[in-house]
Design a protein. Sequence first.
Length: 616
Amino acid sequence: MLNHLVNESPELKMGSHEVIKEELAGGGMILRNAESLDLDDHTMLDCVEFWSQKTPNTVFLRERTSDGWSEISYKEFSLRIKTVAGHLGTLDLSQDKPLVIVAPNSINHAIVAFAAMTIGVPVTPVSVAYAQIGETFERLQSIITTIEPGAIYFSDTIFFKRAIDVIQSKFDIPCISSHSNNEKVPAIRNMDSISEEEVAALRATVTQDTVCKVMMTSGSTGVPKGVINTHRMMYSNQLAVYKMWPMLQDLTPNLVDWLPWSHTFGGNAVFNMALFSGGTMTIDDGKPVPGQIGRTVENICLIQPNIHYNVPVGIEALVAQFEDSPVIAKKFFSEVKIIFVAAAALPDKTRNRLKELAIEAVGKAPKLFAGWGSTETAPFSTCLNFDSDQSVNIGVPIPGTEIKLTPVQDRLALAVRGPNVMPGYWRNEEATKKAIDEDGFYSMGDAGRLINPENPSDGLVFEGRISENFKLNTGTWVNVNQVRIAVSAALKGLCLDAVITGHNKPDIGVLLVPNMGKLTERFKLSDAEQTSAHLQTIEEYISDVTKRLTEYNETHYSASTRIRRFALLPEPPSVEKNEMTDKGYLNQRALLDNWSELIEAMHDHKANSSLTFHAF
C-alpha cells in the first residue's frame, strides 16, 4: 500500500509541466496537464497508518514547550488518534454534525482533528482570533450557526474562557477540551469511550467521498462560507503535487511552519505535504509580524527546514532579518531547497533580494515556486515546478485538474474542474449553484492569462479577483489587484496595503494602511501616537507618501491605474469586522462598505473631521 511513497531516488528532480490546450468557442480554452493523475482509493488517514508502520519512530510533529520541545512519532500519533477517537465516539457527532475546533496549531489539535475524521466526523477548524477578539464573538457565533456542530473543542478553557462563557450561554452544544479547569467543559481523557472494535468499524466506513472537513472561507472577498472538503480532495491534491515534485522521493519534507490550520494553505497544503511524504513538521509558535518574528527566526535556525512555505508579507519580514544577520541567512539558506509563496505574488524587488541574499550566504539560491487555488480546491489547482523569471507565474494545472478560461469583462475568468474541487458549500445550495456550472467547473472569481499564448506550458498569470474590479464613470475598468500590488510596492516601508476606491467616480483613490511598525521606529512614536490621525500631522510622512505616489503616476498614467487622491485608513483593519483575515489579507469589499461615507467625502472633496484626504 502506498509503496510509491518510499524514498529511493538519490536525485532531486521535477516532473513534467507539459500542458494540453483545448480551444473553446467564443475565445475561451481549457488547459490540462499532460500527465495523468492515476488516483487510487486511499485517504490521508491511510498515510498515517502507512508511515506508522514504515517509519514508526520518525518524528511527525514537533512543538515548543516551556522547557524545550515536545515531539510525537508517526506510531504514537496513530495510537493517540485511535484513543481520542474512542472518546469522541461517545458524543453526538456524525457526518451531519461536525466537530468545531478552536485551537492554535498544536499536536493536540492534529490528534483531535484526525481522531474525528477516523470515525467519519468532519472537523471545522476556526481561527483562534474569532475566540479572542471582541466581547460578543459574533464571527464565532456565526460559524457555529452555519455549521450546526455536534460539539466544540477548545484547546484551553482558561485562554478561551470568555468565548466559552458566551457560547455556552447562546448554544446548547457540548464543549470539550484537552486541558480543562471548567466543570462544564470535560477533558477528553476523562470522557467515556467506545470500544476499539467500534472505532475500527467506523473507520472502515470512511471513503474518499466522506466529508473530512468543513473549512470556512477566509472572507477576504465577502461573507465566509462553509466549504465541504472530502477525503478525495485532500488526497488527490497531494498526489498531484507529488507528481509535479518527484523530488519528494528523496527530499523528505522538514518543515517549520506558522500558517494557521484554520485556513486551507496551512491546514491542507502544508500539513498534508508533511504527512503524505512521511516528513516532519515543526509547529512555529512565532509569526512574521513585529514582536513575533524573533521566535520564527529562532525556530528556523534551530531546525533548518528544507522546504519553506510562506505568504509574501512573511517572506519580506524574513528578508529584513537576513539583511540584519548573515548568520541567520546562512542557517536558513544552507538547507532550504524550495521556497513556496502563495496567496499573492512576491514583489520582484523582494524576490530578487531573496536570491541575492541566498547567493551571498551559501553561493546558490533555492527554487522559488508558487501556485494558485482556494479553500474550494483543497487548495492546489495550479503549481509551478519549473524556473520562471516572472514572480506572477502561478504555474500550470496539476495532474487531474482542468482549468477553464472564459472571456469576462476585458479579461479571462478562471474555473476549475477535478477531484480536488468541492462538491459544494455546507448547507448552502444557492451558493453552490452559483459557484459550480453545469459542466462541473467551479468558478473561482479570479482572472488569469497565459504567459505565452503560443505555449501554455510556460504557465499562467493570476490577474486578481473579478468581483473586486470596478468601472470608473468613464466606463474604464480598474484592475484592483494590479493597482493594489503596484501601489503597495511604490509605498514600501510607508504602508502595508491599500484599499482601492473609485467605483462610478472619475478617478482612482486609495485608503492606505500605514506600516506602523516601521513608522514607529522612524519617527520615534509613542504608543499614543501610533494612529493615522497623528501620522496626518507629520509633514515629512505625508510628503514622502505624496512623492512616491507622484513617482508611481509617472509610469502609471492611464485612467485605470493613475492615483489622484489618497487618505490613511483611520483605524487598523479589523478581523472582528471582517475587514481582514487572520493571515493579514484585506477584505476590499468589507472595507469599502464600512468606510463608505469617508470614501465619498474623499472623492467628492467634502470636509470630514474623521478623514484628511490629499488630492494631486
